[in-house]
Design a protein around this ligand. Structure first.
Ligand code: SF4
Length: 283
C-alpha cells in the first residue's frame, strides 16, 4: 500500500532562529575560538550538539559572570532583559545580540509604553525566557496571563502584547478580558506571523491525515503548541524530536495511508528530511 507523506506548507526553522544560528556560526568562524551562548541557542538537542561540534557552548548567566574579558557571548533569538545585557557588557564581554527583530520590537514597545505610564500585560508563559526577557524591559512589573484570565482586578491604563508563539484564541480571550475591565488600552498583536502561518498549515493538514507527526524539541513551546493544535483534529498525533523516536511498528498498526508532518521553529531541515526518509523506507 502506498503511503502518502505530506509536509505542512510551512514547517521548521523560522526567520529569527535561522538568523541566530547562522549568525552564531559566522561569529565563531570570525573569532576562531570557543564561543558561548547564554542558554541553548534553540530548543533542539540535535542542533545544540551540532553547535558544540563547532565550538559553540551554552552557558548560564552565573557561568558567564566567570568568563574573562573579551570572551564572546551570543544572546539567542528569545532575547533577554536590559539588565542582563548591561551585566554582560559591564563585565567587558563581547556581547553579540542575536535577538529576533520581532522580539526586539516587543521589548521596545513595552519599554516605551511603561515609561509613558501604561501597565503592561503580557500574554504568554511567565517562565519562558522570551517572556522573562520582555518583562525585564518594563522593570519586571508586567501582569502575565497564560490564557486571558486574571486573578486580580486589572488597572485602567493598559498596554497588551503577546509572546510571539501564542495562540490566536488566547490572544482574543486576553483582549476581551482587558476590554471588559479597562477603559483605556493599547493592544499590539505581537504573535509572530511565522508561528501563525505554521499553526494554520498544521491545523489544515491535521484534519486530512490519519497520522500527524510533529517534530521538534520536547521543551520547545512552539512545537508543543503545534502538537496541541494537531491533536485536536487528529487523534493519532505524535511529538518526536527526531527520526530515532519514530515507532514504526506502532504506526504500521494504525491506519496510515496519509501521514502529515510538521515541525517547530527550532527544527532544522535535515531532521525533517531524516524523518521523511525513515518513514518512506520503512512503511
Ligand atoms: S518564531 Fe517569529 S519571533 Fe520567534 S524567533 Fe521565529 S521569526 Fe522570530
Amino acid at each position: 500500500m502506498a503511503v502518502d507523506i505530506i509536509l505542512a506548507e510551512s514547517a521548521g526553522f523560522c526567520f529569527g532562529v535561522k538568523r541566530a544560528v547562522d549568525e552564531t556560526l559566522k561569529i565563531q568562524k570570525k573569532y576562531n575560538k570557543r564561543i558561548y551562548t547564554l542558554g541553548p541557542l534553540i530548543h533542539n538537542n540535535d542542533v545544540v550538539k551540532h553547535l558544540e561540534e563547532n565550538n559553540i557552548f551554552s552557558i548560564s548567566l552565573e557561568e558567564a559572570d566567570k568568563l574573562a574579558e573579551d570572551e564572546v557571548i551570543v544572546i539567542r533569538s528569545h532575547g533577554v532583559s536590559k539588565e542582563v545585557i548591561d551585566r554582560l557588557t559591564d563585565k567587558g564581554l563581547n556581547v553579540i545580540n542575536a535577538t529576533c527583530p520581532y522580539v526586539s520590537n516587543i521589548q521596545k514597545k513595552v519599554n516605551k509604553y511603561s515609561v509613558e505610564g501604561y501597565n503592561i500585560v503580557i500574554l504568554g508563559d511567565k517562565n519562558h525566557p522570551e517572556v522573562v526577557g520582555i518583562n525585564g524591559w518594563c522593570d519586571n512589573k508586567a501582569l502575565i496571563t497564560s490564557d486571558g484570565t486574571f486573578e486580580t482586578k486589572l488597572p485602567n491604563k493598559i498596554c497588551v502584547v503577546s509572546q510571539t508563539t501564542e495562540r490566536q484564541d488566547n490572544w482574543q480571550n486576553t483582549i476581551s478580558s482587558v476590554a471588559k475591565s479597562s477603559k483605556e488600552f493599547l493592544a499590539f498583536n505581537t504573535i509572530c506571523s511565522a508561528t501563525e502561518v505554521r499553526q494554520k498549515s498544521a491545523y489544515e493538514l491535521s484534519k486530512e491525515v490519519d497520522i500527524m507527526i510533529v517534530i521538534g524539541g520536547k521543551s520547545s513551546s512552539n512545537t508543543t503548541k503545534l502538537y496541541q493544535i494537531c491533536s485536536e483534529n487528529c487523534e493519532n498525533t505524535f511529538h518526536i524530536e527526531n527520526e530515532k523516536e519514530l515507532d514504526i511498528d506502532m504506526i504500521k498498526e494504525l491506519k496510515h495511508e496519509r501521514i502529515g508532518l510538521t515541525a517547530g521553529a527550532s527544527t532544522p531541515d535535515w531532521i525533517i528530511q531524516n524523518v521523511t526518509d525513515t518513514l518512506k523506507n520503512n512503511l
